[in-house]
Design a protein around this ligand. Structure first.
Ligand code: GDP
Length: 298
């Protein structure tokens, strides 16, 4: 992910090396090239506009300071603006003062939600938490089983409707899981909800009902970074239909252009909390805007 964007930005910024002073025309030309690189990487247009305007304004106004030559200063500005669109400070998970905390996952089918549930559960255990996974995707025949398998690998139990008790009501399962967490002393419940291949009203309503019934401390929107501009459209649909407090980017190990991932924060106004970059449970970490910006700038 981001390899092409990273190469393009690095070469644009390298062209400035060795310059004594940058004229306005130099800044404009550089801004134009950065704009093309971002658009080719699939970054959403409004985000590109905001970004370029900020870089231009700051680069033109920048005093040539003692330690940095003009080229280094532009690199610094681009880096800082990248950090800004990625959310600025690292945003930590909000947990309840009185456990159990409730973390609800929402997203399209195939976004990597179930895998993410396992990754997050495992990660939380490494931080000393005792999570409980909750299977609220009761529509897809294999979904409960898949979550149980992921849970076993993560060493975390899964709460699901008893087999033979019918399909069950996801809202009811979510509600009861909180009592179970209290009883068995789990300090966090992670609720996996149903996804569809596309945005779907019934799915949105169900997720919104689960949210209403469980009042989660976090609703995390899980999005596949490989789906390009659709990531932004899907994010907007979930924001309006369910609402969320944070974003998880998955499949950052893929070789897509990745610009949509760069746009989600700016477009939805919600921070990216975690990033997933592989199929294994360990391929997961908290999202740090500054580290991601440094990676993109090579
Ligand atoms: P769900 O339908 O949203 O629950 O998605 P799943 O968790 O079942 O994931 C769908 C597919 O994506 C599975 O084949 C996962 O192994 C794969 N997957 C999930 N996360 C990642 C990731 O970060 N990188 C890669 N390469 N594959 C992933």
């Amino acid at each position: 992910m981001f390899d092409t964007l990273s190469d393009r930005l690095t070469s644009v910024l390298q062209n400035l090396r060795g310059r004594g002073r940058l004229s306005e025309a130099d800044v404009d030309a550089t801004a134009r090239e950065i704009r093309i690189a971002l658009l080719e990487a699939d970054v959403a247009l409004p985000v590109v506009r905001t970004f370029i305007a900020a870089v231009k304004e700051r680069a033109k106004g920048a005093e040539v300071s003692g330690a940095l030559n003009p080229a280094q200063q532009v690199v610094k500005i681009v880096n800082e603006e990248l950090v800004k669109i990625l959310g600025g400070e690292t945003r930590r998970l909000n947990l309840a003062k009185n456990p159990p905390s409730v973390i609800m996952l929402a997203g399209l089918q195939g976004s990597g939600k179930t895998t993410l549930a396992g990754k997050l559960a495992r990660w939380l255990t490494t931080q000393g938490h005792t999570p409980l996974l909750v299977a609220c995707d009761l529509q897809r025949p294999n979904a409960v089983n898949q979550l149980q398998v992921v849970g076993e690998r993560a060493g975390v139990p899964t709460y699901a409707p008893e087999p033979g008790n019918g399909v069950g009501d996801p809202v009811d399962v979510a509600r009861r899981s909180i009592d179970e967490a209290k009883r068995a002393q789990h300090d966090i419940v992670i609720i996996d909800t149903a996804g569809r291949l596309g945005v779907d009203e019934e799915m949105m309503r169900q997720a919104a009902n689960i949210r209403e019934a469980t009042q989660p401390d976090e609703v995390l929107f899980v999005v596949d970074a490989m789906i390009g501009q659709d990531a932004v459209n899907t994010a907007e649909a979930f924001r309006d239909g369910v609402g969320f407090t944070g974003v998880v980017l998955t499949k950052l190990d893929g070789d897509a252009r990745g610009g949509a991932a760069l746009s989600v924060r700016e477009v939805t106004g919600q921070p990216i909390l975690f990033a997933s970059n592989g199929e294994k449970l360990e391929d997961f970490d908290a999202f740090h805007p500054d580290r991601m910006a440094s990676r993109i700038l090579g």
